[in-house]
Design a protein. Structure first.
Length: 79
């Protein structure tokens, strides 16, 4: 299983802070992102940052391991 976490306004658009997705052989960050974007299109139009196991992930071809933790976030600002 892959643990998926959402933060900020992405939570509002998915209606959840997190979920579990079944890991499949050869699964990449892009596969996961595409699957979730189909389920939550309004959320993924604002997602612009992803992290895998606590590390910023820019490469969507990154393979995911069983028990990975993937986080999706929108840009945020603060002061």
């Amino acid at each position: 299983m892959i643990d998926v976490l959402f933060f900020g306004p992405v939570v509002e658009r998915t209606g959840t802070r997190g979920l579990k997705v079944e890991h499949r052989q050869g699964m990449t960050l892009k596969h996961l992102r595409d699957e979730l974007a189909a389920k939550y299109p309004g959320a993924f139009e604002i997602v612009c940052l992803a992290a895998v196991d606590g590390q910023h992930a820019r490469d969507l071809t990154m393979p995911l391991a069983d028990r990975s933790e993937v986080t999706f976030m929108a840009r945020f600002s603060g002061g």
